[in-house]
Design a binder for this molecule. Structure first.
Ligand SMILES: Nc1ncnc2c1ncn2[C@@H]1O[C@H](COP(=O)(O)OP(=O)(O)OP(=O)(O)O)[C@@H](O)[C@H]1O
Ligand SMILES: [Mg+2]
Length: 527
């Protein structure tokens, strides 16, 4: 999907587009309205009182209509931008989820990319539309007042574009430089705050503060350069503006005194007040065009197959797990090569191997979250999907909300069921008087590591899934808790695959576990 003008039009209702077009045209008169009205003044000399009053009424209506159109134009454009932002963010939310992007990339899309597309594309398109229409309206008006003088005025006004043209590249470079330096500064500031504990512990305040303060200084220097350059460009601009007014006047006065080309004082006055608007709008248009290019890359959004709301069906209640010639690489780094096995329903597997050998990777493939690079995995004859199993991860995520919300995740269970399962994992008495309604703050870590782990185990126990995948679930638990929880989890006819460093062999023997080792990218069965 490409977020471009066509996408914008497709995602806006017809009535809003019509309202925008009408108000754009009416508001386009803003730049020339003073010229239109004040230009009449010389013609008013010697007019009757009634004619003067009529002139005032007409002027009032024109002023109010134009300014009203401008306000409405901005309101309609804002409404359009809001609709586009919502559409874009929803698309990004679904897309990142469907592509199983990591949290940092997903959040970056809906915050940074979406904001950049809004600021530097949607707002810019709105700017192009309003300055573009205003440029056309004022050009037509200026040329109609007096063709020759109109051309002369516009030509001289164009002089004021010169400093901008020369300064634009330099300004752009400084802007880019500042943006990089600012990101660098944010990274060091982030280290400074988030690394507080280690900085204090290793007494590294001085070097870290030096780094962050140098980055502040560097980015602020560039910003100052950029702002000063803008003012120098503005100064050159003003000097050219003086020339752009005086020179056409001189030519105009010459034509008036020689009675040439029908030039009048009234026309000169109108043109003086309007010609600048043509140039200003063209300048705005040029600047906006230049900005559009800066978002070209992030507006290309790779779309995933959007089936995330389709309910995953699990037909087979006692599925076997079949790996057929399965290999998995991360880029060119092989983790597994040619895995072939058939695991009947109810088998219990203990998966062992050094850190980084691929235990979590195997569990992820079985749960359907990770697709093999080659070969096929079938679970009960179907492609693996996350609804066939419960996967209890190494580092569980808790959601914002109450303990009850975290257990139910939108499904209905009775309080009795919930309390029962909490007591099975030993949490019923640990979480305060009213455990179900206790609110969890995921970022604040207000539950201990072991409590978080037991809470997600309780969530898994509530569900009747034929396959249980356990990934280092007891790393945060003491021996007593680990054994109790393992007893509960193991005491089931379901299939279990567990990855663990700390193992109670009495228990695994009692429940008939097979031991599998990861060796040289293969699984070796130790029986
Ligand atoms: N998304 C990824 N991109 C690239 N490499 C990855 C990715 N995820 C895992 N890896 C690599 O794959 C290998 C296996 O990782 P995995 O998490 O399966 O190991 P593990 O056996 O579970 O280790 P641990 O005991 O430390 O949890 C590691 O070398 C890891 O660096
Ligand atoms: Mg792991």
């Amino acid at each position: 999907m490409n977020v471009n003008f066509k996408w914008i039009i497709k995602n806006l209702p017809f009535w809003l587009l019509i309202l925008i077009v009408i108000t754009l045209i009416a508001g386009g008169f803003e730049g020339v309205i003073n010229g239109i009205i004040l230009g009449q003044f010389p013609n008013l000399v010697g007019k009757s009182g009634t004619e003067l009053i009529l002139f005032l009424i007409k002027s009032t209506i024109i002023f109010i209509a134009t300014y009203t159109a401008i306000v409405l134009q901005n309101i309609f454009l804002n409404m359009a931008r809001k609709r586009l932002r919502v559409k874009l963010k929803k698309t990004m939310l679904i897309n990142s989820f469907a592509l199983k992007e990591d949290a940092a990339s997903g959040l970056n899309h809906i915050s940074n990319d979406a904001t950049k597309i809004d600021d530097q594309y949607f707002a810019v398109i709105a700017g192009i539309l309003s300055t573009g229409t205003a440029a056309i309206v004022s050009t037509i008006y200026v040329l109609r007042v007096n063709l020759l003088m109109g051309i002369i005025f516009v030509a001289f006004s164009c002089l004021s574009l010169i400093p901008m043209l020369f300064g634009k590249n330099k300004l752009g470079k400084l802007g880019e430089e500042w943006s990089n330096e600012n990101s660098q500064m944010m990274r060091s500031a982030s280290d400074w705050f988030k690394g507080l504990r280690d900085i204090l512990q290793y007494q590294a305040q001085k070097p870290f503060f030096k780094r962050v303060s140098q980055d502040v200084e560097t980015s602020e220097n560039t910003l100052l350069k950029q702002e000063n350059l803008q003012w120098w460009i503005q100064y050159a601009n003003l000097l050219f503006t003086v020339l752009a007014i005086i020179a056409p006047w001189a030519i105009g006065f010459y034509f008036i005194t020689n009675h040439q080309f029908g030039v009048t004082i009234s026309a000169l006055l109108s043109l003086t007040l309007s010609a600048n608007s043509v140039v200003q709008n063209f300048r705005g248009l040029m600047q906006y065009w230049a900005q559009v290019a800066s978002t070209t890359e992030i507006r290309k959004i790779k779309l995933a197959k959007n089936d995330i709301f389709e309910e995953a069906k699990t037909e087979n209640e006692k599925p076997d797990i079949k790996f057929d010639d399965v290999s998995l690489n991360y880029k060119d780094h092989p983790i597994y090569q040619n895995l072939n096995f058939d695991l009947a329903y109810g088998k219990k597997i203990l998966l062992q191997g050094p850190s980084g050998s691929g235990k979590s990777t195997l569990l992820n493939m079985v749960s359907g979250l990770l697709k093999p690079s080659h070969g096929t995995i079938k679970i009960g004859g179907e492609n693996p999907n996350p609804a066939q199993s419960v996967y209890i991860p190494q580092t569980p995520w808790l959601f914002q909300g109450t303990i009850k919300d975290n257990l139910c995740l939108g499904e209905s269970f009775t309080d009795q069921q919930l309390l029962q399962v909490l007591s099975e994992v030993g949490l019923a008495d640990e979480l305060g008087k009213d455990p179900l309604n206790r609110i969890i703050h995921p970022e604040q870590e207000d539950l201990s590591g072991g409590q978080r782990q037991r809470l997600v185990i309780a969530r898994a126990l509530l569900r009747d899934r034929p396959i249980i995948l356990l990934d280092e679930i007891t790393a945060a638990l003491d021996e007593k808790n680990s054994d109790d929880i393992r007893e509960i989890l193991y005491n089931t006819p379901k299939t279990i695959i567990e990855s663990a460093h700390h193992i109670n062999f009495d228990l695994t023997k009692k429940y008939g576990f097979e031991s599998w080792m990861i060796e040289d990218h293969h699984l070796v069965n130790n029986k």
